[in-house]
Write a protein of this length. Structure first.
Length: 115
């Protein structure tokens, strides 16, 4: 199982970014995918999740109405569209799945929201 995130960067407050996570090594369409984030000095926290086959989603309260999780099973990719970004959204963002009762994480992508 391999997860590779991309799409992070530096953005001004109020701006947008779209993160991508390309998955391989398992039947992507059958699995629940999640995005987490970890800010400096803080614990990793759940941001959003999407069920297989993509009919259900869930969000942390602090991103509801601003972030949207989606998936493209043909491309083995899960996305996180982030709008109205705030400085407190600054963190390393990770995608995660569970296969065979084992957690798999990507390497993370840095998102920095600053003017």
């Amino acid at each position: 199982v391999q997860l590779v995130e991309s799409g992070g960067g530096l953005v001004q407050p109020g701006g947008s970014l779209r993160l991508s996570c390309i998955a391989s090594g398992f039947t992507f369409s059958s699995y629940f995918m999640t995005w987490y984030r970890q800010a400096p000095g803080k614990e990793r926290e759940l941001v959003a999740s999407i069920l297989a086959p993509g009919r259900g989603t869930g969000y942390a309260d602090f991103v509801k109405g601003r972030f949207t999780i989606s998936r493209d099973n043909a491309k083995n990719t899960v996305y996180l569209q982030m709008n109205s970004l705030k400085p407190e959204d600054t963190a390393v963002y990770y995608c995660k799945t569970v296969v065979g009762r084992r957690d798999y994480w990507g390497q993370g992508t840095q998102v920095t929201v600053s003017s």
